[in-house]
Design a protein around this ligand. Structure first.
Ligand SMILES: NC(=O)c1ccc[n+]([C@@H]2O[C@H](COP(=O)([O-])OP(=O)(O)OC[C@H]3O[C@@H](n4cnc5c(N)ncnc54)[C@H](OP(=O)(O)O)[C@@H]3O)[C@@H](O)[C@H]2O)c1
Ligand SMILES: [Zn+2]
Length: 337
């Protein structure tokens, strides 16, 4: 099969090669991958493989990136009775043991022995992937491959973040990086929960993706203050990290909840303890999402939409990863497989 292979640190070491298709074990299915979403998490194993923790147990077996993908089941392993050949599936990307305390309480995203496909094991930027059958979730017949390949990272991460903040109808929810992979979904989910939604973004199309209002980062505090009569936002979803940390906190009012799951502009921030306790702020970490949330999202996926900027073919995989950082980027980068 054709696969995008990492042969060392840096984009120049990324190339499409012919490799053996994976074989499946008991409890697994073989998926003919159709579409992948390209995310920041796919870039790190390419640019700096040694920084990915924990390190691969068998590094030579973890050379195909791709944490977000969907396709068709083409082969069924022994003991698999929940899927059939021909099923269209989206792939929950956390490999989990199902036996630890986190898994048993439905928190597979925090599995004590878990990892993400495409980081320390082969991912989906290839024609075929061998997947644990419990990670492959059926999608609606009419769902686009672009949307199916936006569920595992972009949509699920945003959904879990919205759940962590318990967003509800009385909330004013601000999403920083509103046009990003996760941002456009966080807006749609917060809107679906009934919240008033404000996108902080340089783009103008977010009204069609759940934003009641779109503001520039520089004018955000003044806008939120006016809109809320000085009370400020009750929820801020901020995955942008260091450079936007203080700006995100300054948008929160008393009892505000800040959800963070990313470090796009760095990870080291200052923290004003007094600001946090005098306003009784809650800072909530969030990562990925649970199997139950993923299954629910797949079932509900026709309600949501994804803005795709560019689709690349697998042979242009390197260009696809490079496009993620393009200044012209205006929506998602997808990789047709
Ligand atoms: N823990 C997890 O499970 C998880 C899952 C997914 C993502 N993440 C992390 O979350 C972060 C966001 O991911 P994403 O995929 O949503 O990112 P993304 O698609 O690249 O979106 C980031 C958005 O932020 C805005 N932005 C403002 N200043 C920026 C700057 N200096 N550099 C880049 N973007 C800037 C842009 O929006 P505007 O043009 O609208 O201003 C951009 O669309 C990343 O750090 C990622 O690794 C974590
Ligand atoms: Zn576990």
């Amino acid at each position: 099969m054709k696969a995008l292979i990492v042969n060392g640190s840096g984009m120049e070491n990324l190339s499409v090669s012919e490799v053996a298709a994976p074989s499946i074990s008991a409890g697994q299915v073989l998926v003919r991958n159709r579409m992948a979403g390209v995310n920041p998490i796919d870039v790190r194993p390419v640019m700096d493989p040694l920084s990915v923790r924990p390190m691969p147990r068998e590094p030579e077996k973890a050379r195909i990136p791709g944490a977000e993908f969907a396709g068709e089941v083409v082969e069924i392993g022994s003991g698999v009775d929940n899927l059939s050949v021909g099923d269209r599936v989206s792939v929950y990307n956390r490999v989990f043991d199902g036996t630890c305390d986190m898994c048993r309480s439905g928190n597979e995203n925090l599995c004590r022995d878990g990892f993400i496909l495409g980081t320390i094991s082969n991912g989906g930027f290839a024609e075929y992937s061998a997947i644990n059958a419990r990670n492959a979730v059926r999608i609606p017949d009419d769902l686009s491959w672009e949307m199916a390949a936006s569920l595992p990272v972009a949509a699920l991460t945003a959904y879990h973040a919205v759940m962590r903040a318990s967003v509800k109808g009385s909330d004013t929810c601000v999403v920083l990086g509103g046009s990003g992979n996760t941002g456009m979904f966080a807006l749609q989910f917060a809107k679906a929960m009934g919240a008033k939604t404000i996108a902080v973004s340089r783009k103008s199309w977010l009204g069609q993706y759940g934003a009641d209002f779109t503001v520039d980062a520089n004018g955000a505090a003044e806008f939120v203050s006016k809109l809320t009569g000085g009370a400020m936002a009750s929820v801020v979803i901020n995955s942008l990290g260091e450079r936007f940390w203080q700006a995100g906190l300054s948008l929160l009012g008393a009892r505000g909840r800040l959800v963070t799951f990313g470090t796009l502009t760095g990870r080291n921030v200052g923290f004003d303890i007094m600001n946090a306790y005098t306003k009784e702020l809650a800072i909530l970490g969030s990562t990925g999402g649970t199997m139950r949330e993923f299954t629910g999202l797949a079932g509900d996926s026709m309600r949501y939409k994804v803005k795709v900027w560019k689709r690349f073919g697998l042979s242009d995989g390197r260009k696809a990863l490079e496009a993620l950082d393009s200044a012209e980027r205006d929506g998602r980068v997808m990789l047709a497989l």
